[in-house]
Design a protein around this ligand. Structure first.
Ligand code: KE4
Length: 432
């Protein structure tokens, strides 16, 4: 039952869906496997609210896992998609909008001189790794435990997000010949990284990292961590890839690299730059990107890459985000939520910590701050499950996994934030 109306239609839909779709969903984490119960099937959304098919209203902190930084159905985005759709949905030929979106990304993201648009974050990260291997002539890559870079074979090694949610950080079907070239090290731990790199000197093509780890909750980089990666990549001619699929245009208009002042060689983007439509991107210095076909020999392609509807939506979002005062407003909302949750935790004396960077936030049911996946207590999922359902029943829609972040949008009002804090008091009690 969720704020009053039983999920009868959602249950029927879920039952039907399971007959024709694996697990009844098109992306695993949506199935509520980690928290139990029936996922509400969503009928519509507007601003900070989503509505399920049974008529329940929720304040949404999933925001489609990050893209909806303006909130749902923003008029400028709806208008842009409508206009584009009337002119045709896809041409498989170059369009002006692709130039406009690429120019906006190049202007906004400090380390990007050229960028290739694709249709998902996974496509962006797998292409970035292919480029890094081609540029260095090496096969191995380093990722960090709990970081998630999409579902390409080489990343499904101790991954975060959905892979972690189901306790399957690696995956059957991924050949060991692929994962043998994926080296893993704990996040925020340069000593462990140095040991790994010394055992693989001259063999590592790239280090790929979420500059803020948002697929094991929200783990900020420790002072010196990102700069340390940059130094190590320079020292052994490795490519540094910042996976900014979540952080790009979220924590600053120029992403985490602008926020922390550390420049990667390749940046991957997604989510926000598509405004909720399928867009991913990877970009970097021109001489590196010019290795990509047809300018160079590294092949990568996509039928719907640069799709006119998606680029129109993305442009509308970036136009809104580039307006003065936008990030200040997002910061105010987000810090108010953080303060309210911290006060509730303090008052109730619940063992939990809140970690936040910009409009990325998460609650860990832990006594200590979390600096890497290995710090997360074993019982966090059990406690989160109770917290999650209490919040859902009171009309607050959180990620159905302890290993995801809360996303705050420009549409979240101060009333939404106050209501969320109020309802979290009861939910925190349940989480004990
Ligand atoms: P997609 O292929 O799902 O568009 O992007 C993969 C990806 C790459 N890099 C980062 C840092 C990501 O967070 C993601 C995808 N994020 C998850 C949520 N944390 C997607 C949600 C889902 O799998 O349904």
């Amino acid at each position: 039952m969720t704020n009053g109306i039983p999920l009868q239609k959602s249950e029927e839909f879920f039952h039907r869906a399971e007959k024709v779709i694996p697990g009844g969903v098109n992306s695993p984490v949506r199935a509520f496997g980690a928290v139990g119960g029936t996922p509400p099937f969503i009928s519509s959304a507007k601003g900070s609210k989503i509505y399920d098919v049974d008529g329940n209203e929720y304040i949404d902190y999933v925001c489609s896992w990050g893209p909806l930084i303006l909130g749902h159905a923003h008029p400028a985005v709806v208008e842009a998609i409508k206009d584009a759709a009337e002119k045709g949905s896809s041409f498989g030929a170059p369009t002006e909008n692709e130039i406009l979106l690429a120019e906006k990304i190049v202007e906004a993201v400090p380390s990007i001189e050229k960028v290739r648009l694709v249709s998902s974050g996974t496509e962006a990260t797998m292409s970035a790794v292919r480029l890094a291997r081609a540029a260095t002539g090496r096969d191995k890559t380093v990722k960090f435990t709990g970081c998630y870079h999409g579902h390409a074979d080489s990343f499904l090694v101790q991954a975060g997000s959905g892979a972690l949610t189901f306790g399957e950080p690696s995956s059957p079907g991924v050949p060991s010949s692929v994962t043998n070239d994926t080296l893993v090290s704990p996040y925020n731990d340069l000593d462990s990284l140095d040991k790994l790199l010394s055992e693989n000197k001259g063999e590592v093509a790239a280090i790929i990292v979420e500059p803020i780890a948002a697929n094991m909750g929200c783990v900020p980089p420790k002072e010196g961590f990102l700069a340390g990666l940059r130094e190590r990549c320079d020292a052994d001619a490795m490519i540094l890839i910042f996976d900014e699929v979540i952080t790009g245009f979220r924590v600053a208009f120029g992403g985490a690299q602008e926020l922390y002042g550390v420049m990667p060689d390749i940046t991957t983007l997604g989510k926000i730059i598509g405004g909720g439509l399928p867009v991913g991107a990877y970009g970097g210095k021109a001489d590196l990107m010019d290795m990509i076909a047809p300018a160079g020999p590294v092949y990568q392609a996509g039928t719907l890459s640069g799709n006119p509807l998606a680029t129109s939506a993305g442009l509308a979002v970036l136009d809104e985000l580039s307006k003065p005062g936008t990030y200040e407003k997002l910061e105010k909302r987000s810090s108010d939520l953080e303060t309210g949750l911290k006060d509730a935790i303090e008052t109730l004396k619940v063992s939990a910590v809140v970690q936040r960077v910009g409009s990325l936030l998460c609650i860990y049911f832990s006594d200590e701050p979390i600096e890497k996946l290995e710090d997360i207590p074993d019982n966090v999922a059990e406690r989160y499950k109770r917290y999650f359902h209490s919040m859902l029943e009171s009309g607050i829609y959180l990620a159905p996994s302890a290993y995801e972040a809360m996303f705050i949008s420009l549409a979240h009002s101060s009333e939404d934030i106050e209501s969320t804090i109020k309802k979290s008091i009861h939910a925190l009690e349940k989480s004990r």
